[in-house]
Design a protein around this ligand. Structure first.
Ligand code: ADP
Length: 353
């Protein structure tokens, strides 16, 4: 006699409380040991003092003796936590809080440092200035910059439990935009270190647990680059499409390509609404009409043509944009040319909807 023969016999032992399914089908066989003439079967139960434990150990012993007369049978029991149904890794936060959001748009870049967060924050402010209801979720978990760029550092968002179950976080409102950032939950300057899955969950919470209410646009400042975190984000959040931010140099082309391919890849497959060429030219403060193409001219237009995406914005490199980022007063609040460049970008983006 071998294990397979014993399993065949145990298939005859039915569980009376579980539609008479067999203990094999119910995966209750924890172990089978054969020691010479002795058979030791261990049955797994999901709780202590299962009222049917005695019945099932008895039926198990009886079934074996019936099929293998003369054998010495011992039936042991062990308590094991019930196998939980296999869930996808990550949190299931539902989509209740985003059901009144019309368009969710990711702001992405192939690499860091190109001004993605600057563009995201200013685009949000510019859309709000045009009269749209706007929110921005800072999903750049590795370097959240929204608190600093909006002058809301140190603000602690209100959070409460609704119906004693789900935690809801209130966004921070300023400049007519609803902001949320993982940075509100960390000490300023504190390094945020996340393992991959934690980062994914944290940023899903930054989006799905926030009481956005009615919004025309929810912009998501995505982490730089391309990777698993983006794929996971797009799977759990109904992102409508993306805007890609780049600087115009030739060397940035490969990064734009990575970003474009990511959104066009079958696992994501979302439209790209446009390319924003940041740092398109330099304009000194004292000579506002002058344009110096320090990173080359028409780089953005060439990239956009190469990948078949519209160039929807050209943002100059000007001191006031950097200063606005550092002081917490976004350049898009102003009527200077740099502020108007963001308003133009906002109009071009909104034309898509
Ligand atoms: P990313 O999000 O791509 O890492 P940031 O938006 O944080 O980049 O920008 C990096 C730095 O460059 C910031 O100090 C920001 O103020 C500055 N910056 C970005 N865009 C401009 C611009 N158009 N003109 C001047 N400074 C800019």
């Amino acid at each position: 006699m071998d294990q397979n023969e014993i399993i065949k016999v145990l298939k005859e032992v039915q569980h009376p409380a579980k539609s008479d399914r067999s203990i094999v089908e119910l995966e209750m066989i924890d172990n089978i040991e054969i020691k010479g003439d002795k058979i030791i079967v261990t049955l797994a139960f999901s709780r202590h003092r299962d009222p049917l434990a005695e019945y099932l150990t008895g039926s198990t012993r009886a079934a074996i003796i019936r099929n293998f007369p003369g054998t010495d049978v011992e039936v042991k029991t062990v308590v094991k936590e019930e196998a939980k149904p296999k869930k996808k890794p990550g949190l299931d936060l539902g989509t209740e809080e985003i059901k009144n959001v019309k368009h969710i748009i990711g702001i992405a870049s192939g690499k860091g440092g190109v001004g993605k967060s600057t563009v995201a924050v200013n685009l949000a402010v510019a859309l709000a200035r045009l009269g749209y209801k706007v929110g921005l979720a800072d999903a750049d978990v590795y370097g959240p910059s929204v608190p600093k760029m909006t002058g809301t550092e140190g603000v602690i968002p209100e959070a409460f439990k609704e119906n004693d179950e789900k935690e809801v976080i209130m966004p921070v409102e300023k400049y007519g935009v609803k902001w949320m950032s993982i940075g509100y939950f960390a000490q300023p300057g504190q390094a945020l270190i996340w393992r991959g899955p934690m980062a994914c969950n944290a940023l899903k919470q930054m989006i799905l647990q926030v009481r956005w209410e009615e919004l025309d646009f929810l912009l998501i400042d995505m982490p730089p680059g391309t990777g698993d975190i983006h794929i996971s984000l797009v799977h759990d959040i109904p992102l409508e499409g993306a805007v890609i931010v780049s600087t115009p140099q030739d060397v940035a082309l490969a990064d734009v390509e990575k970003g474009v391919n990511m959104f066009r890849n079958e696992s994501i497959n979302k439209p790209i609404f446009g390319l924003v060429e940041n740092m398109a030219w330099f304009t000194p403060e004292e000579l506002p009409e002058n344009r110096y193409y320090i990173f080359g001219k028409d780089g953005g237009a060439k990239m956009a043509a190469q990948y078949g995406i519209p160039l929807i914005g050209q943002i100059p490199i000007v001191q006031s944009i950097r200063e606005g980022g550092d002081s917490g007063e976004p350049a898009a609040m102003s009527s200077r040319p740099d502020g108007l460049a963001f308003i133009e970008l906002a109009k071009r983006l909104a034309e898509n909807f």
